[in-house]
Design a binder for this molecule. Structure first.
Ligand code: NDP
Length: 286
């Protein structure tokens, strides 16, 4: 019998409402692991000390959230190829004392797409709204998974352009940028539309990205990264048009599933994690 607990955490500011720990702790309990997941509030000026502390205390790994996803990079020992391409880290695993930075946001989206929406992005054309951290992670994984085309729309032109230039250097495929001015008519050759902006996020849950689905093909998959509320105005519009949808909760669950697997080396109890998260967020279990 050992009373020693293994530790993982999320470092951010704020962290009080971050729900990842709920599903990780449910997964640890269901897997019989004496592990704990802590939400740790770390201001930017303490990030370096906090990472040193993680090493000293033998944490198995940790998540990063706002504002640390980019700032943590110089404090790590190595980055995965995907984290390098994305330029941000949301998950760190400790391997023989070395801290390896990963990014599971895009991978979580990819897994949600395959497992919950039943769509493989290989050969598909993707229209992606946004050029922030979530958008960069999704774009990288879509291209690595063989998407035939990626069109990025962003309000801020410089941010969108530099994201696309960066992707073009690292990946092949038909990659383009459109400045987002006025209503974006989703083209009829798009197979997947992803809202990777924060438009629609609580407390402005009724906000809707300025797009039109008038020309969309009948089986366009409409995905949203926003998970609070889980059914956004965009997803409601898509449902009204009988289009398939994928909500941001799926992505959130699978980034946690991948984190659990990286840290523990075990298969994650996905159903347990999904229902723990839905319960915590007050969403009826699907
Ligand atoms: P960032 O701040 O890095 O990027 C925000 C993006 O939203 C930018 O492209 C920004 O455009 C755009 N945006 C914000 N407001 C508007 C607006 N009014 N009109 C048009 N575009 C707008 O944020 P993140 O990428 O980290 O997060 C984006 C969303 O993804 C959040 O809602 C977050 O909760 C969610 N998320 C979900 C995850 C999940 O697992 N489901 C994981 C990670 C994030 P501009 O450059 O012009 O400012």
């Amino acid at each position: 019998m050992s009373y020693k607990a293994e530790l993982v955490a999320v470092l951010g500011q704020p962290v009080a409402e971050n729900p990842t720990g709920v599903m990780q702790e449910a997964a640890f309990a269901a897997s019989g692991l004496n592990w704990r997941y802590l939400n740790l509030e770390v201001p930017p000026e303490q990030l370096a000390n906090a990472v040193t502390g993680m090493r000293a205390l033998g944490f198995k790994g940790f998540n990063l959230t706002i504002p640390h996803k980019v700032a943590v990079i110089p404090h790590l020992d190595a980055l995965s190829m995907e984290a390098q391409l994305i330029g941000a880290v949301n998950t760190v695993r400790c391997e023989n004392g070395r801290l390896i930075g990963e990014n599971t946001d895009g991978k979580g989206f990819l897994r949600a797409l395959r497992q919950d929406a039943g769509i493989d992005p290989a050969g598909k054309r993707v229209a992606l709204l946004g050029a922030g951290g979530a958008a960069r992670a999704i774009a990288a994984e879509m291209l690595l998974a063989g998407a035939a085309g990626l069109t990025v729309l962003n309000r801020g032109v410089e941010r969108g352009q530099s994201m696309v230039e960066h992707l073009k250097q690292a990946a092949s495929g038909d990659i383009g940028f459109i400045p987002w001015e006025g209503t974006f008519l989703v083209p009829s050759d798009a197979d997947i539309l992803v809202n990777a902006t924060s438009v629609g996020l609580y407390p402005r849950g009724n906000a809707m990205p300025d797009i039109s689905l008038a020309a969309a093909k009948q089986d366009l998959l409409v995905a949203d990264v926003v998970f609070n509320p889980p059914v956004t105005a965009l997803l409601k519009l898509a449902r009204d048009r009988a289009l398939p949808v994928l909500d941001g909760l799926s992505m959130l669950v699978y980034q946690g599933v991948i984190g659990f697997e990286l840290w523990t080396g075990r298969q994650a109890p996905e159903v347990v994690m999904k229902s723990a998260l839905r319960r915590a967020l007050g969403v009826a279990t699907a």
